[in-house]
Design a binder for this molecule. Structure first.
Ligand code: HEC
Length: 160
């Protein structure tokens, strides 16, 4: 009878170890890189309390959205996050050929990968970018983007 306790304890340990390993893997750098921000168009600003987000992407991606075309491979979307008027961090989404295949189906967000960069462009190693994907997966119908619907309203001044 005593023996039955062992497999239970072992499986609890295995589950715990697996989740720890998963966490470390997720916090590693992925294929996302910070693009040249000067080549992007700041199309919308989101304000919330002391937070101000400048959201930007490439002219080609903006044309695609306006024309109802798929967003091109190689596109970056960047959310430049300010707190109390100071640059706080960059949230970057990058769409790349085969980027989705780096993740299993449950986690995959098309061919987009996500990353959090500090103002010096180093990666926040404490972030689990599966969290980014999990939330953005709710936007699957608009290519995993929350603010793309604002792009057609952009007339040179960031949409608010
Ligand atoms: C809890 C949900 C949630 C999580 C987690 C999340 N996001 Fe977002 N993201 C949003 C929302 C909502 C917006 C639209 C802007 C806003 O309302 O602040 C957004 C906007 C963006 C944008 C601008 C493009 C767009 O979709 O409009 C980027 C880039 C982005 N997020 C990257 C990231 C990254 C990188 C992470 C993880 C480090 C992340 N997000 C985690 C909800 C989330």
């Amino acid at each position: 009878m005593k023996k039955s306790a062992y497999p239970v304890a072992l499986s609890a340990f295995a589950a715990c170890a697996a989740s720890l390993v998963g966490w470390q893997v997720y916090a590693e750098p992925n294929r996302v890189q910070v693009p040249n921000l000067d080549a992007l168009v700041h199309y919308t600003t989101v304000r919330r309390g002391n937070v101000m987000e400048h959201i930007m992407t490439t002219p080609a991606a903006m044309d695609a959205v306006k024309n109802g075309q798929p967003i091109p491979t190689g596109t970056h979307f960047v959310l430049v996050d300010h707190r109390d008027g100071e640059l706080y961090r960059y949230f970057v989404m990058q769409k790349g050929e085969g980027f989705g295949a780096d993740y299993d189906e449950g986690r995959r967000t098309g061919d987009w990968q996500f990353q959090w960069f500090w103002p010096d462009k180093s990666i926040n190693m404490d972030e689990n970018t599966a969290r980014c994907q999990s939330c953005h997966s709710g936007q699957q119908d608009s290519d995993y983007l929350y603010t793309a619907y604002r792009i057609p309203h952009f007339d040179g001044t960031p949409v608010e």
